[in-house]
Design a protein around this ligand. Sequence first.
Ligand SMILES: Nc1ncnc2c1ncn2[C@@H]1O[C@H](COP(=O)(O)OP(=O)(O)OP(=O)(O)O)[C@@H](O)[C@H]1O
Ligand SMILES: [Mg+2]
Length: 262
Amino acid sequence: MEDTNFENIIELRNIQQTYNGGKTVILQDLDFLIENKPAQGEFAVILGPSGCGKSTVLRYIAGLQKPTAGEILINGKPKDEAQRISMVFQRYSSLPWMSVLDNVSLALKFQGISKSERDERAMEFIQLVGLDGHEHKFAQYPTLSGGQMQRVAIARSLISNPEIILMDEPFGALDINTRLQMQDLLADIWTKFNSTIVFVTHDIQEAVYLGDDIFIMKKAPSKFVKQINIDLPLERNSDTKREKHFIELVQFVEEQMVEVAR
Ligand SMILES: Nc1ncnc2c1ncn2[C@@H]1O[C@H](COP(=O)(O)OP(=O)(O)OP(=O)(O)O)[C@@H](O)[C@H]1O
Ligand SMILES: [Mg+2]
């Protein structure tokens, strides 16, 4: 993977993951490098077949799982509590017995911030994701729709001003129109923050629309095998998807996926 003069924000080195006392090998010789582009962040998208280890890679970065062997470095250092990393999970992960407002402000509660201040800040993020008016509802389905639930998750992930946001197929369960709306919302929000996002999806069009770089994984044993730079302008909107170069990129990524699976 290319290594330039930018600082490495996320680096996975020589990762191995086995289960059953070494009998089942999932990941081998896996390397992953994300550089920090100053005042811009990086939107990295991971594509790969089901079961190849995409969620596992996110769990390593979040510090939720340790590999059998290998190193995980955040800003050049082993993962520690001080690093601000948020995660949006594959399934709805808000606390259903709490209101939208309390879910979004939860991280601030842990920081010891007063109720009035955390409510005020939470409302800013609730507005940002277009959920104002819903703040006193319980964060549960079907009180909130699937799209609204993922808006809560995005607001929750942003409020602690994270340096890194990990998103594991956040729009996978949404209908197509809601999914497209959420893509636009995320593309728009991302230009306002300098966070680095690592985003997992199975949708190639979504990957090209949102990503700066696409990282393709192969299976058995799993590792990253290709990195594709998405040379579209940073600011994207629904017109982007109709542009010739966008369509060519989608085609190209699709071909690479097929080649990797061979
Ligand atoms: N405790 C375990 N024992 C054995 N295998 C495991 C264990 N935990 C995870 N795995 C395997 O690790 C592999 C990677 O799982 P992971 O959830 O990271 O895949 P994924 O790429 O996110 O898949 P998907 O696209 O379906 O979400 C899978 O093949 C899974 O079966
Ligand atoms: Mg997964």
